[in-house]
Design a protein around this ligand. Structure first.
Ligand code: ZN
Length: 138
């Protein structure tokens, strides 16, 4: 078994900023010319997530709209009572999506659908700089 770890940094605007990181992940992986393995894309942080979505204008509105209904920003969160940082909603949203995805690498290609992109979603209530890690396990 071998493990290769790459990373890159993305600056976000926060407030459920959805950023397509597929090409950066592909570059990090394909530079190694590995045929088969498992790729984990992860970040350290509890107010942002890594997931996949079809990165098209409709869904880029639909997802935040649904989250505004399910996990509204203006609800009273116990987290904010404790820390007064106003981002209770961001922690809850991030917990729902998780902080990593695992994508199989098969015959030199990541197992992603034609309309499936890997995205960073930053839920925090301010701009952030996020370090994304791509770990290839063969
Ligand atoms: Zn907080």
């Amino acid at each position: 078994m071998a493990v290769y770890t790459e990373n890159f940094t993305i600056n976000t605007r926060g407030f459920t900023d959805i950023i397509d990181i597929t090409q950066k992940v592909k570059s990090a992986v394909y530079n190694h010319n590995i045929k088969n393995g498992n790729v984990v894309v992860a970040l350290a942080g509890s107010t942002a997530s890594i997931t996949t979505i079809e990165y098209e204008p409709g869904l880029l509105k639909d997802l935040p709209d649904v989250l505004d209904d399910v996990v509204p920003m203006d609800k009273q969160y116990h987290h904010d009572d404790t820390w007064h940082d106003g981002n209770g909603y961001a922690h809850v949203r991030a917990a729902i999506f998780g902080s990593s995805v695992s994508v199989p690498l098969i015959d030199g290609a990541l197992l992603l659908g034609t309309w499936q992109q890997i995205v960073l979603i930053d839920f925090d209530n301010k701009p952030r700089s996020r370090h994304i890690y791509v770990q290839i396990i063969t």
